[in-house]
Design a protein around this ligand. Sequence first.
Ligand SMILES: *[C@@H]1O[C@H](CO)[C@@H](O)[C@H](O)[C@H]1NC(C)=O
Ligand SMILES: *[C@@H]1O[C@H](CO)[C@@H](O)[C@H](O)[C@H]1NC(C)=O
Ligand SMILES: *[C@@H]1O[C@H](CO)[C@@H](O)[C@H](O)[C@H]1NC(C)=O
Ligand SMILES: *[C@@H]1O[C@H](CO)[C@@H](O)[C@H](O)[C@H]1NC(C)=O
Ligand SMILES: *[C@@H]1O[C@H](CO)[C@@H](O)[C@H](O)[C@H]1NC(C)=O
Ligand SMILES: *[C@@H]1O[C@H](CO)[C@@H](O)[C@H](O)[C@H]1NC(C)=O
Ligand SMILES: *[C@@H]1O[C@H](CO)[C@@H](O)[C@H](O)[C@H]1NC(C)=O
Ligand SMILES: *[C@@H]1O[C@H](CO)[C@@H](O)[C@H](O)[C@H]1NC(C)=O
Ligand SMILES: *[C@@H]1O[C@H](CO)[C@@H](O)[C@H](O)[C@H]1NC(C)=O
Ligand SMILES: *[C@@H]1O[C@H](CO)[C@@H](O)[C@H](O)[C@H]1NC(C)=O
Ligand SMILES: *[C@@H]1O[C@H](CO)[C@@H](O)[C@H](O)[C@H]1NC(C)=O
Ligand SMILES: *[C@@H]1O[C@H](CO)[C@@H](O)[C@H](O)[C@H]1NC(C)=O
Length: 719
Amino acid sequence: MALKFALASASVLLTGAHAMTVEDMLAAPRRSAAIVNPTGEWAAFSSSTYNWTTHKASTTWQLLNVASGNVTEAPFDSEVSEFVWIGPTDTSILYINGTNDNIPGGVTLYTADVADKEFSPTLVGSLNAPFTGLKAAKTESGDINFVVNTLAWWNGSAYNEETATKARSSGQVFDSNWIRHWNVYMTEQRYAVFGGVLSGSNGSLSLQGEPKNLLHGIKDYLTRPETPIVPGGDPGDYEISPDGKKVAFLTKAPELPKANYTAGYIYVVPHDASSAPVAINGPGSSRPEAAKGASISPRWSPDSTKVAYAQQDGISYESDRYKLYVASVDGNSSKITPIAENWDSSPSTILWISNGTDLWVISELHAAQRLWVVPANAEADFKPKNITGPQTSVADFALLPSGQALVSASSSWTSRIFYTVSAATTADTKVLLSAHTVDPELASLGPERTSNFWLPNEDGNLIQTFVYYPPNFTEEKQWPAILIPHGGPQVAMGDVWSTRWNLQLWAEQGFVVFVPQFTGTPSYSQNFTDAITNNWGGTPYRDLAMVWDHVEKNISYVDNERAACAGASFGGFMTNFIQGHDLGRKFKALVTHDGKTTQEGSYATEELYFIQHDQNGTIWDDYENYQTWNPVRDAKNWATPHFIIHNDLDYRVVFAEGMSAFNILQSLGVPSRFLHFPDEGHHVLNRENSKVWHDHIFNWMRYWVGLDEELISEGVIHQ
Ligand SMILES: *[C@@H]1O[C@H](CO)[C@@H](O)[C@H](O)[C@H]1NC(C)=O
Ligand SMILES: *[C@@H]1O[C@H](CO)[C@@H](O)[C@H](O)[C@H]1NC(C)=O
Ligand SMILES: *[C@@H]1O[C@H](CO)[C@@H](O)[C@H](O)[C@H]1NC(C)=O
Ligand SMILES: *[C@@H]1O[C@H](CO)[C@@H](O)[C@H](O)[C@H]1NC(C)=O
Ligand SMILES: *[C@@H]1O[C@H](CO)[C@@H](O)[C@H](O)[C@H]1NC(C)=O
Ligand SMILES: *[C@@H]1O[C@H](CO)[C@@H](O)[C@H](O)[C@H]1NC(C)=O
Ligand SMILES: *[C@@H]1O[C@H](CO)[C@@H](O)[C@H](O)[C@H]1NC(C)=O
Ligand SMILES: *[C@@H]1O[C@H](CO)[C@@H](O)[C@H](O)[C@H]1NC(C)=O
Ligand SMILES: *[C@@H]1O[C@H](CO)[C@@H](O)[C@H](O)[C@H]1NC(C)=O
Ligand SMILES: *[C@@H]1O[C@H](CO)[C@@H](O)[C@H](O)[C@H]1NC(C)=O
Ligand SMILES: *[C@@H]1O[C@H](CO)[C@@H](O)[C@H](O)[C@H]1NC(C)=O
Ligand SMILES: *[C@@H]1O[C@H](CO)[C@@H](O)[C@H](O)[C@H]1NC(C)=O
């Protein structure tokens, strides 16, 4: 049985709903995942909205009653930057207050009880740096042992930008590569996990000394350890054991250069830092021979004796399959057991059930993150069953004492949906809240606005294409259409909410949107993902052309004369590649966001392992191989009106790539426009910037397919 999403009120709201606008999508509540209390009765989540009159964002905390689905305002505001449920009662919390009256740039720790009629927090600790990522466990003695992270100096001390002495020069000198990553330059400081203790009897806790840097004990490294791994690293990169005595964290392999290796290990360290961290799956450990790659999601068993985690085999392939392992942690030795190792799936988030027999994991299937149950001692050939379906993509989940999971998910038609689900049956699946039924901005959305189809490609693989329909869609009319080659290439782009590439929002502009999961896309089998090697403009391009050919010949509601193509990152590379090939002539307009124009440009970014894997070698070993799929090689064919966006802080695909594409287009006399944000990286995150980004892209496509009469002229800089 599929999830039943249509809540009683939905049909009422949907009638007469106006299409979702760019402002709507950007302003609508952005809800965090639900954080569940120990009894499973309450879940808290934060919600951030934007006001286009005041141009300000605001964040509130809400409490979800898990039994009834009732949502109420939490008794605390956004001064609480994050919290954990811990303390004397089931509604006690420990939280980080993002300010500190005594130490500029520091934060404070408070305890409180959410059930108290008048919320009366107690200050229990002052921290001297902007610590985040709080996790905590109650110890036998009644203390609360906690972990947090922040940037640290070389000598291990926490770094506080506001109190540190500023250097007089901004120059930075490097002797080895990986000098910047995504949108930040490496500095002297690196992220580290710190362990602290709150102790005290009769309910009055207080911080015992300064939190200790738990990574500082790692010696003899070539490249410095760092947890969480930034950017994108999160508190999921470390965990405190339920007994509070130990901490597990991951860091990249310290004996390898970071630019050409992806390997990383799980370390275990006593919470009091009384001995050095030990890499339980590092070189010299009892790890299986093949398991040498990146490690993720260390999670303690309920009895604090084992750590479950996932690890890749390949040491320089970031899209290799993650396999599950359980390590028995006993002093400095560990015994490592692979779990369901032949399961052709790549799990990420892991949780143990309370009696320690099973792991619940998130792993993606057909472009939707699903929940699966895997016994902690599963045989190699064990094939887990998905307990959530393709209708939602799971972002996070918590396990309830009832044995159910509370899932925080999304889809193209709901920015957040909370539901409970059981492993054994879908009969008791219950939706607690879905944004599209409560947020007026999303009222026009619904599951009926999307579908998908599968077509066999030249290798006999089935290519799945997601389709998003415009408002008031009917097959009787002919609609303009957009082809979207996704990024990655090893990233799926399915039926999921995004505030960056919100495919339903693209459809709201009056287009039918097609998003093929071409060769190289994960979640369709590792072999299908791996087939991207030496193939960037090969099978993936032909898959896109095959899907478009099908759309032209067989989908009568698409107006073939009014089509556009748009992509970001690898999708931008692909759009630039398409511009130089036959498929490019089928579109009236193209859009490239942060895409590569040259293959040489890969060496102006830090993740050399990426291109060296995908091109199966270095540029000096086989330069000709790099030229095979080089978009700029076919620049003489560029002819379709093309909008280029490239941001200055994009160190992933460097700015020069977008700049060259625009300069070539202008020199060739191809209608083209250029947009950049000096304060954005690979992703446009600021809502004001995002509005401009959307307005210009949508206008560009609508103009060239005849939906808008003019291009936006306001604010365009003339020479
Ligand atoms: C959809 O159709 C209704 C009824 O004809 C109309 O009022 C509404 O404006 C249309 N919505 C859009 C986005 O075109
Ligand atoms: C945005 O702010 C204005 C001015 O303070 C206020 O009148 C309006 O109600 C706010 N809008 C929303 C949706 O909260
Ligand atoms: C849910 O909220 C409604 C209205 O606020 C209230 O009448 C009802 O009793 C609540 N239900 C539960 C189970 O708390
Ligand atoms: C946060 O800390 C400030 C002082 O730094 C204090 O004034 C405020 O009341 C605190 N808020 C909460 C919710 O703890
Ligand atoms: C570590 O280095 C920083 C910056 O030089 C300094 O402020 C701090 O006092 C040092 N910590 C220790 C424990 O020496
Ligand atoms: C326990 O609380 C009382 C009253 O609040 C206080 O006087 C006493 O010092 C506390 N004892 C300890 C060990 O903290
Ligand atoms: C990885 O990078 C290091 C440092 O730049 C270099 O010495 C080494 O040869 C590289 N290894 C491979 C396999 O590319
Ligand atoms: C683990 O190894 C560290 C040194 O790496 C040592 O200090 C510590 O005593 C060892 N712990 C145990 C339980 O063997
Ligand atoms: C552990 O819990 C699971 C789920 O409730 C149950 O199926 C299993 O029988 C339990 N195992 C033990 C050993 O208690
Ligand atoms: C598991 O996935 C399949 C394929 O997407 C789907 O048909 C099925 O409904 C899912 N099972 C559950 C329990 O959701
Ligand atoms: C993946 O490809 C390899 C090599 O061609 C083959 O041996 C293996 O059986 C394939 N795996 C699956 C799951 O199809
Ligand atoms: C990659 O290169 C290796 C060694 O040069 C070769 O054996 C292998 O077949 C290549 N793989 C692909 C997919 O091109």
